[in-house]
Design a protein around this ligand. Structure first.
Ligand SMILES: [Zn+2]
Length: 635
């Protein structure tokens, strides 16, 4: 806040005297300057927020992801034992990339499909010798396998390795300069080399460095020279072998349980987890026959720029209207995350009351969307207790004692009571999006959010989670089960020196790097002033390529959630050039886009084709409804 207030004033003299005053204030420590009572705050309008129970949707991955059509990738789950490693990391990867798949324990069923993933590992107990022979025959006759951590000597020849060495101190990974199709999307330096963990930690994630057999090709190697990704051609088919687990290089990063693998915190391009999603996507597209993929972006577009503003100061409300005007003039919109501060404390006075609430009503009425940015915006939020879940506006009295410390504050309180206030204060508002103050994330955040009726969060940075795709937040940031909350991490923010106004070209560079991958970019601009930052946002929107959607976070998040929960199948008809795409959505969704390997000649039922004839955009699907589109390929 200190930084922010100073930035607001251009006059340097004023800046210095203000900085001095604030420094004195900061040095006063806990000796509060403002009165620590709530006498000033008038009673606000609230709307009750029911406390929901946690719903465990699925425990059986076979039921959740059944075999349905030939184009699906078969996931053979190798670890169903008493302490099974959950397929969640692979499920995240395939769903985010829109690759159709099913999960099975039946090897013959798996081998009926052209593409097979063995997950999470293969040791001497996984397969019998006849099954190993079955796998080898499958590949020889034109099957494709992607596996990770194969340890069994019985499959050495098939996977093309002589030996392997497990280790916890390999820190870097470099993709070789080969022309193999699975590295097709890895064209940038940040993608060609990634970091698995910070050198500050001598021991990080487990990796298995392979020694390749003659004939096998090394596609990526670790810093000790051993092979990280191998490929081996056998007969008509080909296998790929990864010496890492997607649990460690995808889900661990998304959960922020990584060993500080990120190379930047924010405002840079960090695809450390995305490279594995892109390898799987490229593998599917290289070897899937007449493949079809559910695209990440609606409307046949290439990428999306998701705009947001944090309103966390008493004078940040009015400039919000300027940003909304700029966005409207550029056919864009944004989500405003509002600090609903109704108590005075050591950090600031209360400011969530009229006329500020009236400004929020205007923003909402003008087409902007609104999310919560907590109540006291504490930098110690990540250390707060969960709370009881019964915190309400009438009883919850949190107070910041300094930036990092607070009394009477809980995670539930910050999440629920801010929703009570926003939903009560703004007509038609149902707050479902949250962003933590200072992007500090407590481990109980997914639980507090889902039990308070939220659906979306944006409290991480994309660099920190090493991913630029939205993802489901696992419960308790574990590895077993997703919560109901989807995460949209922040890519670009405005406060890092030298300030957003001077970083527009850099921001555009990151946005374009993400666009190449079909990923999204989330922009956060504090609305504490709108002259410099408004001009910068205008410039960013003006320079944005036309095939990048510019939209508010809530609109895109609603799309993404429906996309993630979509059921779809592709069935071949008796006519060789005709297929039927069946789509069923539990939620209303517009702009769903499918990408096709084969160019399309005609489509039915209100679907539209892109000029390249390889993207099909669906008409809006009503909740609980199915649509069937008949597609004729060009001959
Ligand atoms: Zn903030």
């Amino acid at each position: 806040m200190l930084k922010k207030i100073i930035k607001y004033f251009k006059d340097s003299e004023l800046k210095h005297s203000l900085a001095f005053a604030l420094l004195v204030f900061a040095l006063c420590g806990s000796a509060a300057v403002w009165k620590l009572t709530s006498e000033a705050a008038p009673v606000a309008r609230t709307k009750e927020v029911p406390l929901l129970e946690i719903v465990h949707r699925h425990s059986d991955p076979f039921q959740q992801f059944p075999e349905a059509f030939p184009l699906q990738v078969a996931v053979f789950w190798t670890s169903p034992g008493p302490d099974p490693e959950n397929p969640l990391p692979l499920v995240h990867s395939l769903k985010e990339m829109g690759i159709p798949f099913f999960i099975t324990r039946d090897l013959s069923e798996a081998l009926r499909h052209r593409l097979v993933i063995l997950y999470p590992s293969v040791d001497s107990r996984t397969f019998t010798q006849p099954q190993a022979d079955q796998l080898a025959t499958f590949v020889r006759r034109g099957g494709f396998i992607f596996a990770q951590n194969v340890f069994w000597g019985g499959l050495q020849n098939l996977f093309g390795f002589r030996s392997f060495a497990p280790s916890r101190n390999r820190h870097r990974l470099v993709f070789s300069g080969t022309k193999d199709p699975v590295t097709k999307y890895l064209n940038r330096p940040e993608e060609r080399e990634t970091q698995l963990g910070s050198e500050r930690f001598p021991e990080i994630i487990w990796s298995n460095g392979y020694v390749p057999a003659p004939g096998a090709e090394v596609l990526a190697h670790f810093d000790d020279g051993s092979a990280a990704l191998l490929t081996n051609s056998v007969g008509e088919g080909k296998v790929y072998l990864l010496g890492l687990s997607l649990l460690d290089v995808v889900l661990r990063n998304q959960n922020n349980h990584d060993y500080e693998a990120q190379r930047h915190y924010v405002n840079a391009f960090e695809p450390g987890a995305d490279v594995w999603l892109l390898v799987l996507r490229a593998w599917y597209e290289a070897y899937g026959k007449d493949w079809v993929r559910l695209a990440t972006i609606p409307g046949g577009q290439r990428s999306a720029l998701l705009l947001s503003h944090d309103v966390d100061w008493e004078n940040s409300f009015a400039p919000g209207l300027d940003f909304a005007r700029i966005e409207k003039a550029n056919q864009a919109s944004s989500t405003f995350f509002i600090q609903t501060k109704y108590v005075d404390d050591a950090n600031s006075k209360a400011f969530f009351f009229a006329p500020n609430v009236e400004l929020l009503r205007q923003l909402k009425a003008g087409g902007s969307t609104v999310g919560s940015h907590s109540i006291i915006h504490s930098r110690g939020f990540n250390k707060f207790e969960l709370g009881s879940g019964h915190e309400t506006y009438s009883s919850y009295q949190p107070r910041g004692l300094g930036f990092d410390t607070a009394s009477g504050a809980t995670v539930f309180g910050e999440v629920r009571v801010s929703k009570e206030l926003l939903d009560g204060g703004i007509p038609g508002q149902d707050t479902t999006f949250f962003r933590a103050g200072h992007l500090r994330v407590p481990v109980s955040l997914p639980e507090a959010l889902e039990r308070s009726g939220y659906q979306f969060d944006s409290s991480f940075t994309a660099d920190d989670v090493l991913s630029n795709f939205p993802f489901a937040l696992p419960r308790g940031f574990g590895f077993e089960e997703d919560s109901e909350i989807y995460e949209f991490p922040v890519t670009i923010e405005d406060e890092e020196s030298p300030g957003f106004a001077k970083r527009v070209p850099q921001a555009l560079g990151v946005i374009l790097a993400n666009a190449e991958n079909g990923a999204v970019s989330v922009v956060l601009i504090h609305s504490n002033e709108s002259i410099l930052k408004g001009a910068a946002e205008q410039e960013l929107l003006r320079q944005l390529p036309p095939d990048i959607v510019k939209t508010d976070m809530l609109t895109f998040a609603t799309f993404w959630r429906a996309r993630d929960r979509l059921q779809w199948s592709l069935i071949q008809t008796s006519v060789p050039t005709e297929v039927v795409l069946e789509v069923k959505s539990a939620e209303s969704v517009a702009g769903l886009t499918f990408e096709f390997q084969r160019p399309i000649a005609t489509v039915t039922d209100g679907a539209t084709m892109s000029p390249d004839k390889r993207h099909l955009v669906l008409p809006e699907v009503a909740p609980g409804h199915s649509v069937s589109i008949h597609i004729n390929y060009l001959r």
